[in-house]
Design a protein around this ligand. Structure first.
Ligand SMILES: [Ca+2]
Ligand SMILES: [Ca+2]
Length: 446
């Protein structure tokens, strides 16, 4: 009897209108108990028979595709054992330091496990944590989508390898440089072709939302190009001009893959340089399209995260992105960790977008974008930072989407009704402004 009830509940929770969310990232660990129920199943593909049953060119693509290795396996749980268990408690401490909520015992832990190390060991540990952060990245992002949209289906498009390319560990001396910047650079330069394939794939599976918690700072590319030309100490103006020039071919290419998937809403992280994307573009965040929304990160509902990029012409909306708790791969398959970055803000918006689409499947990607933008919690401190001037409000967005199920309701009326019915999000804990700015807290932003 109990089992029967459970089965019924599972059936009910699997919504008829389940939105499909593509997580374009480092691969999702669907073995995690929070993600297992949301795993997408390609209905036209028989798993493991080495035949491309649905004829989309990909053999046995049941839960996604590994675009790096070009096969069906998207996650490698066996790599989990190469990480020291200290990564779990350390990431918790680091997240509280980033959020400005660390406690006395955090400081003690920090001193014992980080500050007591030699400089060399500390750098090794930082690389180890960075590598782990990348390994868990896709799972963490998917977990955030799952929290906002628990009845959606998640498909994993893997575009990162577990190990960074080694030749990017020494180049480009810039404060706060992270190896992921180098990795993104490689991806953007060499594998923009891959992103074409990813977009085609997202379109073929009719993904409603595609989350891109990734990007390349064109500032980095511009500095590298200028350095190659012998200009080692360029001015900001020179960097900005070179970045704007260098991004043109990327934009043209991206336009193709975004226009080629008109039924998918692309949700893109703004980037973690703490700079203005209008001046220093980040790809693909800089792309403007009716079916693309770019997301900055806030600390709770209180202020723009210090690392977050912004741009009144090119960043659409903000969402919480500091110390966000979500699923990570672990032996017990149920562990969560807090991570920070615009990579964590974007999937919050993706999850809200997916739930909006489930509330009203008739909405187009541009409708969903407009609803998200027009139902934000307006904040004075975001007025000159993001186009919508506010933080996504999930309940209000869904309320507006629901109003629009009636054909006599206009978008304006639906937004107005939603604004009247649903109050701004109340932030119960006001995070401290003076968050820790140690090397780890600054570098471990995703
Ligand atoms: Ca196939
Ligand atoms: Ca097959």
């Amino acid at each position: 009897m109990k089992q029967w009830i459970l089965a019924t509940l599972l059936f009910v929770s699997s919504a008829a209108n389940a939105a499909v969310v593509a997580v374009v990232d480092s691969g999702v660990d669907f073995a995690h108990e929070e993600l297992q129920p949301l795993m997408y199943q390609n209905p036209n593909e028989i798993p493991g028979n080495l035949i491309d049953d649905d004829g989309n060119g990909l053999v046995d693509d049941v839960n996604g595709w590994n675009f790096i290795d070009n096969y069906d396996r998207v996650f490698f749980r066996e790599h989990l054992t190469s990480y020291d268990k200290i990564v779990y408690p350390l990431f918790r401490v680091i997240a509280r330091r980033q959020a400005g909520t660390s406690r006395a015992q955090d400081d003690a832990y920090w001193n014992n496990h980080v500050m007591s190390l030699s400089e060399e060991k500390r750098q090794e540990l930082l690389l180890h944590l960075n590598s782990f952060g990348q390994y868990v990245h896709g799972t963490h992002v998917a977990g955030i989508v799952a929290q906002e949209s628990p009845t959606s289906k998640i498909i994993s498009s893997r575009v990162f390898a577990d190990e960074p390319p080694p030749f990017y560990r020494h180049d480009l001396k810039r404060e706060g440089w992270r190896w992921t910047d180098g990795l993104y650079w490689v991806l953007a330069q060499v594998q923009n072709v891959m992103f074409d394939q990813v977009a085609q794939y997202n379109a073929s599976i009719e993904a409603d939302v595609a989350n891109y918690s990734l990007g390349v700072s064109m500032q980095m590319i511009a500095r590298a190009i200028l350095a190659l030309r012998g200009n080692q100490e360029p001015t900001d103006e020179e960097v900005s001009a070179e970045a704007s020039r260098a991004i043109e071919p990327f934009k043209k290419r991206a336009r193709k893959w975004i226009d080629g998937a008109p039924n998918t809403l692309f949700v893109v992280a703004a980037g973690n340089d703490g700079t203005n994307n209008d001046d220093f573009p980040v790809f693909p965040a800089i792309i403007r399209a009716p079916n693309l929304i770019t997301v900055a990160a806030t600390n709770g509902h209180s202020f723009l995260a210090s690392f977050s990029n912004y741009g009144i012409k090119s960043v659409d909306i903000a969402a919480p992105g500091v110390a966000i708790d979500s699923a990570v791969p672990s032996l017990d398959r149920k562990t969560r960790l807090p991570l920070s970055g615009t990579s964590m803000a974007a999937p919050y918006v993706s999850g809200v977008a997916a739930s909006v689409k489930e509330v009203n499947p008739q909405l187009t990607p541009s409708d969903v974008k407009q609803i998200l933008m027009d139902t934000v919690d307006k904040k004075d401190w975001l007025t000159d930072k993001v186009i919508s001037g506010g933080i996504v409000n999930s309940a209000r967005a869904r309320y507006a989407a629901k109003q629009l199920r009636s054909i006599d309701v206009t978008m304006d009326a639906a937004i107005r009704a939603a604004r009247e019915a649903i109050p701004d999000h109340a932030d119960l804990i006001e995070p401290a402004i003076n968050n820790e700015s140690d090397e780890f807290s600054k570098a471990l932003i995703f």
